[in-house]
Design a protein around this ligand. Sequence first.
Ligand SMILES: [Fe+2]
Length: 143
Amino acid sequence: MSSSSDKIKWNQIFEMGIVNIDDQHRVLVDTINKANHLLTNDYTIENLQEITKDLINYADFHFKTEEELMETYQYSSYMLEDYDMHIQEHREFSVKVQNIHDELVEGNSIERAEIINFLCQWLIDHTHTTDKKLGYFLEKNIT
Ligand SMILES: [Fe+2]
């Protein structure tokens, strides 16, 4: 459910054109918005740890879904550079969020704005460019 104070507004540009991927993108947008609301109202290291842990798990599940589609339709055979960049962006996201989580577990706090801005920017950049390329490829190749 979106509200006027949401950090990211859902928009069709987040869609790749594959129903379950689009649903997962919607969950990611909702998760970031919920994280922003929660941390705005109740910033605690424990809440932030919980959020980053959930995000690591959900992103892992989501990346696997996309990567299985790449595998099925042999994305790397046709679009190797795009494939490599896509995988690299997924791995960088996972490493970055895991590092943030580890910092929090060690008791180091991270500013709300820093993490929220990173998550928003990453999701927008990735879905609007890298995922779109995959979406166009799948659109042409899924019969
Ligand atoms: Fe992706």
